[in-house]
Design a protein around this ligand. Structure first.
Ligand code: NAP
Length: 315
C-alpha cells in the first residue's frame, strides 16, 4: 500500500525523519511560506503537517491544503499556529506537553540558583585570574528559604514550584484562578502583587498575543532592585524593553532568560549586562526529551491517520 503523504515543516534530526519516512511519503519544507510553491496535486492530498517552526501558520496557508485535517506541533507552545483559523476549518492541532516539563523545570531551578549565587560572574572572575590576584569574589544572595513567585501554575510552573519546595522556599503564584495546591502556597490575582511579594519571579505562562507583556514594567518595578526574574516561557511574556531599562539602571537585580523576543536574534543590550544570564532556548534541549517529543508528535499523526482519537489535542 502506498504511504500517505506527510508535510514536514521545519528542521528535524534524523532520529525523527527516519521513522516519519518509514511510514509516510515525506515532503520537507523550511517554513510555511513554501507551501504555496508545492505541486497542486500534492496540496490536494496532504492531510497532516508535522510542524516545527516558529513562523506563523495561518488560515491562508491552511487553505492551500484542501484536505488538511491535522497540524501536529513539535513542542508544547503553539502560539505560532492560528488555532482559531484551524478550529474554523475543522483542522485538529496537537502539541507535545508533559514529556518536556521535567527538563524545563530543572533548567528554571538551575537558572534561578545560578543567578542568585552569581555563578557566571564568579567563573569569569576565576578564569580571568582575578581570584589569585584580587581575592574572593563579592558575596551573593541566598536561595533556600526565600520567596518565589510563579507566573502561570500550569504543568511546567507546577513542576518548578514542586522542586523549589525542596529548597524550603515560600511559594507564591499567579494563575487566572486559584489551583488545588498545598495550603501554605499563596495565590495572587495579578502579576504585580505577586512580584511585590517575592524575591524571585519565575515566568511559565504561554506565549502569544493574549500574554504579550504580561509581566509589565510595573511588575518588574515591584520585584525591585534586589529581585531576580527567570523566564523560561516566551520572550513576549515580559515587557522586554522595560526589563532592559530596569536592568541597566539597577532597578531590577538580575534576569535569567532562556527566551527572547525575536530570537535567535536577541537585543544586543542583553550581552553587555553582567546581571543577565542568557541561554539560547534550551529548556527542552536534552536527547531523551527531544526524542520523547518526536515520538509523541508521531503518535498524534499516526492516531489521526488511523482514525483514532489524537493523544494531546489543543484543538
Ligand atoms: P500549560 O500547562 O498549558 O500552562 C500554561 C500556563 O499559561 C497556565 O498557567 C495558564 O494559566 C497560563 N495561560 C494560558 N493562557 C493564558 C492567558 N490568556 N492569560 C494568562 N495566562 C494564561 O503549559 P506548560 O506545559 O506549562 O508550558 C508553558 C509554556 O512554557 C509553553 O506555552 C511554552 O511557551 C513554554 N515552554 C518553554 C520551553 C523552553 O524551552 N524554554 C519549553 C517548553 C515550554 P492558568 O494557570 O490560569 O490556566
Amino acid at each position: 500500500m502506498a504511504r500517505p503523504p506527510l508535510l514536514v515543516i521545519g528542521r528535524y534530526p534524523d532520529w525523527d525523519l527516519q521513522p516519519m519516512r518509514q511510514d509516510f511519503d515525506v515532503t520537507q519544507l523550511a517554513g510555511p511560506e513554501e507551501i504555496a510553491g508545492l505541486d497542486a496535486g500534492l496540496r490536494g492530498v496532504v492531510r497532516a503537517i508535522a510542524y516545527r517552526s516558529q513562523r506563523r501558520l495561518g488560515g491562508a496557508e491552511m487553505d492551500l491544503l484542501q484536505g488538511l485535517g491535522l497540524v501536529a506541533k513539535f513542542g508544547v507552545g503553539f502560539e505560532a499556529i492560528d488555532v482559531a483559523a484551524a478550529r474554523a476549518r475543522g483542522v485538529r492541532v496537537t502539541n507535545t506537553p508533559d514529556v518536556l516539563s521535567d527538563d524545563v523545570a530543572d533548567l528554571a531551578v538551575a537558572m534561578l540558583i545560578a543567578q542568585a549565587r552569581r555563578m557566571l560572574p564568579a567563573t569569569r572572575y576565576l578564569r580571568a585570574g582575578r581570584w589569585a590576584k584580587e581575592g574572593p569574589v563579592p558575596l551573593a544572595g541566598t536561595v533556600s528559604g526565600r520567596r518565589v513567585g510563579i507566573v502561570g501554575l500550569g504543568r511546567i510552573g507546577r513542576a518548578i514550584a514542586d522542586r523549589l519546595t525542596a529548597f524550603k522556599m515560600e511559594i507564591h503564584y499567579h494563575s487566572r484562578a486559584p489551583k488545588p495546591v498545598p495550603e501554605d502556597w499563596r495565590f495572587h490575582d495579578d502579576p504585580v502583587s505577586l512580584a511585590a511579594a517575592v524575591d524571585f519571579l519565575v515566568v511559565a505562562i504561554v506565549g502569544g498575543s493574549e500574554t504579550e507583556g504580561y509581566v509589565s514594567a510595573q511588575a518588574l518595578s515591584a520585584l525591585g532592585s534586589e529581585g531576580i526574574v527567570v523566564n523560561i516561557s516566551r520572550g513576549s511574556t515580559i515587557d522586554e524593553a522595560a526589563m532592559l531599562d530596569a536592568l541597566e539602571a539597577g532597578r531590577l537585580g538580575g534576569a535569567a532568560l532562556d527566551v527572547f523576543r525575536g530570537e535567535p536574534e536577541i537585543d544586543p543590550r542583553f550581552l553587555k549586562l553582567e546581571n543577565v544570564l542568557a541561554l539560547p532556548h534550551i529548556g527542552s534541549a536534552t536527547v531523551s526529551t527531544r526524542q520523547a517529543m518526536g515520538a509523541l508528535q508521531r503518535a498524534n499523526i499516526a492516531a489521526f491517520h488511523e482514525g483514532r482519537a489524537v493523544l494531546t489535542p489543543v484543538v
